[in-house]
Design a protein around this ligand. Structure first.
Ligand code: FES
Ligand SMILES: [Fe+2]
Length: 342
């Protein structure tokens, strides 16, 4: 099995926050190297399943997100209330239609974050280690989804992850966006396979403006600075002051090793009241716009990284800020050694 398939199958992957799919019929779809993974609000629960219809395998959803019944447009089979409803059942003599099921994945929660797995090697909490407490706290300080941004990155996924793991490129690649925060050196913390970077905002004027916004929120957790949490292997969660979180997935795509299925969702912290919501409307709109620009800038530079620029070897020339990349590569090497994946 190759590295991508093996990582996809062996680990838990963060899919979404509970509040991203509040209504029955809400769905999110992710393309991955093991096929499409859909998370769907069935009115009772969030179910995570293989997007292929149990009849003849047509993709039930083709969009990236939205609200739509789980009905296959080919012959109308529908998943509802935990069952597959088959039109014209009389046309299937001798078939055990009652046994038709969605192919669901294992799913588990860390706070209000939903994870899925195929054949996990350990429990979700064992995999998360000390990152679990951070994640739980973050999850209880998220109110709603404010933006969904999904597209294909033209680069191999570890190169996109490594780009997200180091801040050295900020001044050159994000001069009008992230760079404005003038982030200080900050510190890296390592928690098993996962890592977090916390950096104070160096721009005094922005720091003051950001601090002043706290009165609009009802949050009891949030780093007062810029924080970027990496969950091995495919997830990043970043935030400024805990007012919003950008939840990013970098999934390997099927059979196309030079492309990454990228997804970023903007999740906003709960607000004090309707007045706060009105006051922050333009703040969140501009956060969404800036995030989109930052990811476009990252994508533009990631495109310049050929597939052959990545290996699991340690970087030969690693700056202090590239420690998380070294840690990521060491995790990949350890995985290869343990599993014999190639
Ligand atoms: S393939 Fe989905 S209903 Fe036939
Ligand atoms: Fe970047």
């Amino acid at each position: 099995m190759d590295l991508d398939q093996s990582l996809m199958r062996d680990y838990w992957h963060l899919l979404c926050h509970r509040n991203e799919l509040p209504q029955p019929g809400d769905f999110l779809r992710f393309e991955t190297c093991i096929g499409d993974v859909v998370v769907f609000n069935d009115g009772n629960d969030l179910v995570v399943y293989d997007n292929r219809c149990p009849h003849r395998g047509a993709l039930m959803y083709t969009g990236t997100h939205g609200n739509q019944p789980a009905t296959c447009s080919y012959h109308g089979w529908t998943y509802a209330r935990g069952q597959i409803i088959v039109p014209h059942r009389e046309n299937y003599p001798g078939c055990e239609l009652d046994k038709a099921r969605l192919a669901t994945f294992d799913a588990d929660w860390c706070g209000d974050f939903l994870f899925f797995a195929v054949t996990p090697r350990q429990t979700l909490y064992d995999q998360l280690g000390d990152a679990a407490e951070i994640l739980e706290n973050i999850s209880f300080n998220i109110g709603a989804s404010a933006d969904v941004n999904q597209y294909v990155y033209d680069c191999y996924w570890p190169l996109a992850v490594e780009n997200a793991l180091e801040p050295d490129h900020i001044s050159l690649i994000h001069p009008q966006t992230l760079s404005k925060l003038e982030l200080e050196d900050g510190e890296n913390l390592f928690m098993g396979l996962n890592s977090v970077w916390k950096a104070p905002v160096g721009n005094a004027r922005l720091r003051k403006q950001l601090s002043a916004l706290r009165r609009f929120f009802t949050i009891d957790y949030g780093y007062e600075g810029y924080m970027s949490l990496y969950l091995f292997p495919f997830t990043m969660l970043s935030s400024t002051y805990g007012y919003s979180y950008s939840l990013q997935s970098f999934f390997p795509r099927d059979g196309q090793q030079d492309t990454t299925s990228f997804s970023s969702r903007l999740l906003t912290a709960p607000l004090r009241d309707a007045q706060a919501a009105a006051a922050l409307e333009s703040f969140f709109a501009s956060t969404a716009q800036v995030n989109r620009q930052v990811f476009d800038e990252d994508h533009a530079v990631c495109k310049r990284m050929p597939r052959t620029s990545w290996s699991t070897d340690p970087l030969r020339f690693a700056s202090r800020s590239e420690a998380k990349i070294q840690h990521f590569r060491a995790s990949c090497r350890a995985h290869l050694e343990q599993t014999g994946a190639a």
